[in-house]
Design a protein around this ligand. Structure first.
Ligand code: EMZ
Length: 396
């Protein structure tokens, strides 16, 4: 007998009480406490103020949980502050905007079509391991412009490159990624011959690039590549899985997208606001300061809590409802200001094409079993996605 699982589409706001009372939450991470900024206006203000709230501290420290113990390479441009940040961003922006090209979208559509066809042909499947992870990894070959068969290696790494089932910070796992990237950079530098722009991969582009008149060092190239592999992995997997979970209990919304495809982009933005696939991002405070009348000491950490800001009742009416008709949606799921997500164009394109294709091809999504991924952040418990979401899909 199967029991009907319910509630998988619910993502509660873990921060409401604290946001509306003090505006600040507290958590500890590896004995390095964090003051979490919870309101949208304050989050944006702090994100903008990169002199007081810096990203370029010790590599790994702005990530929560901190990766200081397992990473020495600085991720670029994510862990670089202005003014150095600017040149890297200018170099990378055009490359990371390629998902706007029709030719990119055609290739992405083939990946999405195959992924959905395989899901429809299975009796049931785990959306995390057998749908979202392969889709994310195959789509990443487009972002890197590398051969599609690379994806299998990346799929074998699992959903997070720094975390495993047994450990929040897994040094052995991290080393697999570092060694892989080192070897790929070496290979690209040996094969580095002039070729058509459309044939270049990201390694080659970086090997030949200059920022502020200087070639990038191998360590800098590695920093960009680690970010590209790690940054858009669990976040994209969460966004895809949560989208399937949402429609499993809101089929009428998917049917509406099939009937009114022009609402699709707005629907995707609203889902991304509601899920907030990345809960928060840290900054290191450079001088004694105060946020929401709360004193914060130099060299301590704050976080910009995107998930809380996205439910701020001062900005979003009925913040806990998914509303595809929401007209103004200044969500911060992709961050805000200088460090807004470099991979956002790619992530959005995956979700837009995925949702539209689900709307056209899928009749129903039944959840067979679910294991929610709950983050424990001090006093807050937040559902960010699923460890496993087994569903059965039926075709239209
Ligand atoms: C870092 C981070 C970037 C970090 C936007 O987020 O994503 C995390 O998943 C990684 O562990 O290293 O890349």
């Amino acid at each position: 007998m199967t029991t009907k699982i319910s509630g998988v589409s619910q993502f509660n706001d873990a921060f409401a009480t604290q946001r509306t009372t003090s505006g600040i939450g507290q958590m500890d991470d590896q004995n390095d406490p964090i003051s979490m900024i919870l309101g949208l206006k304050e989050v944006r203000k702090a994100a903008h103020n990169c002199a007081t709230f810096q990203s370029g501290a010790k590599p790994g420290r702005i990530v929560i949980p901190s990766e200081v113990a397992i990473r020495e390479t600085r991720q670029i441009p994510f862990e670089v502050d202005p003014p150095e940040h600017k040149g890297f961003r200018e170099l990378l922006n055009p490359w990371f905007k390629r998902p706007q090209d029709k030719s990119y979208q055609i290739k992405l559509q083939q990946i999405i079509d195959i992924t959905i066809a395989q899901a429809l042909s299975a009796d049931s499947l785990d959306i995390v391991a057998d749908f979202a992870l392969p889709l994310q990894s195959k789509a990443l070959t487009l972002l890197l412009n590398t051969p599609m068969d690379n994806a299998q290696t990346w799929i074998d790494w699992g959903t997070h490159v720094f975390r495993s089932e047994s450990s929040h910070l897994d040094a052995n796992k991290a080393n697999i990624l570092y060694d892989y990237i080192d070897a790929e950079i070496d290979k690209a530098s040996i094969n580095n011959q002039p070729c058509e722009a459309s044939e270049q991969d990201l390694y080659t582009v970086l090997l030949n690039a200059e920022v502020d008149g200087k070639k990038l060092t191998k360590e800098q190239i590695k920093g960009v590549m680690i970010l590209t592999f790690a940054g858009g992995r669990d976040t994209v997997i969460n966004a895809i899985t949560n989208t399937l979970a949402y429609f499993s209990e809101n089929m009428d919304d998917l049917k509406r997208i099939a009937a009114e495809p022009n609402i699709n982009n707005r629907a995707v933005e609203e889902l991304i606001r509601y899920f907030s696939p990345l809960t928060q991002m840290g900054r290191v405070v450079t001088e004694d300061t105060a946020v929401c009348e709360h004193a914060i000491k130099a060299d301590s950490r704050i976080s910009l809590c995107w998930a809380s800001a996205n439910r701020d009742e001062n900005v979003f009416s009925h913040p806990n409802t998914v509303d595809f008709d929401r007209k103004v949606n200044p969500h911060v799921s992709f961050g805000f200001s200088h460090h807004n997500c470099l991979g956002a164009t790619h992530a959005r394109q995956i979700l837009r094409q995925l949702v539209l294709t689900l709307a056209n091809k899928v009749n129903d999504i039944d959840v067979v079993s679910a294991d929610e991924n709950i983050e424990q952040l001090g006093e807050f418990s937040r559902k960010v996605g699923f460890n496993r979401l087994v569903v059965s899909l039926s075709a239209k």
